[in-house]
Design a protein around this ligand. Structure first.
Ligand code: COA
Length: 333
């Protein structure tokens, strides 16, 4: 009898656009300053995708191109592409379909998954089910967001936070004790009033008035979101440790969603994990929503070892939140 199948990450690709929006430049756009942004969020700069008609698929395509190059997988072998995004190129078709077309994934199907900043965790967990059931053998999960397309650069409370980026992982089956072991995912729609986009959906389609009222941008009540983020992200991270009999010493890396350095620090401290084992790149990219967690894996890939225990944790609009426990599949180069 064969062992239980697990879904393991066999490669990571990433991409951030070239344009660097620094705190200094933001000082010239809104009433803010580098000291405030750094001390309140930990962010120093973020990347912005410039140019006409450049959507999230541009970011995702670059990340997936690199993933295929690194893993050597033929696009025709891909079974499924799940794109976690809150800023799809268009309401339809799905951005995953555009990525599939770009890489020539002729035998795959694909769809988008929208769970704001928890999108990558939701997508990873969903993709893993298709692998563990034995249905598919090669699944790409890409987290990609062009947050600059829904940010109001007149609103100093949100424009300092977000950036653009994408990163993708390949998931494949293994019978070794590696890969995704457990996930706890949650959502609570009562959080919607505190973090949402007012117009542009079916409830309030775009009108001249909605554009004039600047309703096509992220609306956030920062302090409330902060409070829930700290509580839920650290609770769920502690819960997944407990449920899997893990102590802080068993965990090599915490991979937290990068929303605010203070939220990351609170989660790490609750878990008893030091800064040296907490992935951190918010100072360079800001909050890239669905892309933060895979961009961390991309940045830290060279330091990862086969069998390392990783805890991934996220919180975002919805509210949505969750944590995953995974055993890393290969030694970083
Ligand atoms: N520059 C300077 N001052 C700013 C500012 C900026 N960019 N943004 C807000 N301020 C001011 C406010 O106007 C307020 O001034 P007041 O006291 O005179 O009214 C003061 O700073 C404090 O504002 P507050 O919103 O309470 O700050 P905060 O410490 O909560 O930090 C966030 C704001 C947005 C950084 C923080 O709330 C946060 O990170 N929230 C969660 C964000 C998040 O995770 N979102 C995505 C979900 S994944």
């Amino acid at each position: 009898m064969s062992n239980k199948l697990r879904a393991v990450i066999t490669g990571v690709g990433g991409y951030v656009p070239d344009y660097v929006l620094t705190n200094k430049e933001l000082e010239t756009i809104v009433d803010t300053n580098d000291e405030w942004i750094t001390s309140r969020t930990g962010i120093k700069e973020r990347r912005i995708l410039k140019g006409k008609d450049q959507g999230t698929s541009v970011l995702a395509n670059h990340a997936v191109d690199q993933l295929l190059e690194k893993t050597g997988v033929n696009p025709e072998e891909i079974d499924l592409i799940i794109c976690a995004t809150t800023t799809p190129d268009m309401i339809f078709p799905a951005t995953a379909n555009l990525v599939g077309e770009h890489i020539g994934a002729k035998n795959a199907f694909g769809y988008d998954l929208q769970a704001a900043c928890s999108g990558f965790l939701y997508a990873l967990t969903t993709a893993s089910q298709f692998i563990c059931s034995g249905t598919y053998k090669k699944v790409i999960v890409v987290g990609a967001d062009k947050m600059s397309s829904i940010i109001d650069y007149q609103d100093r409370t949100t424009c300092i936070i977000f950036g653009d980026g994408a990163a993708a992982v390949m998931l494949e089956p293994t019978e070794e004790p590696l890969g995704l072991v457990d996930s706890i995912l949650r959502s609570d729609g009562s959080g919607a009033p505190f973090l949402h986009l007012k117009a542009g959906g079916s409830r309030r389609p775009a009108t001249i008035e909605s554009v004039t009222a600047r309703e096509h941008f992220v609306y956030q009540e920062g302090a409330t979101v902060f409070k829930y983020a700290v509580k839920h992200m650290s609770d769920v991270a502690a819960q997944i440790m407990q449920r899997n009999d893990l102590t802080a010493n068993d965990i090599q890396w915490l991979v937290p969603h990068q929303a605010n350095k203070r939220i990351i620090d609170a989660t790490a401290s609750r878990m008893g994990i030091g800064e040296d084992r907490t992935m951190f790149n918010i100072h360079r990219y800001g909050n890239t929503t669905s892309a933060t967690i895979p961009l961390c894996l991309w940045d830290y890939e060279s330091q990862l070892k086969k069998g390392d225990n990783l805890i991934l944790a996220a919180f975002g609009g919805g509210f949505t939140w969750g944590a995953s426990y995974l055993k890393w599949g290969y030694d970083g180069q």
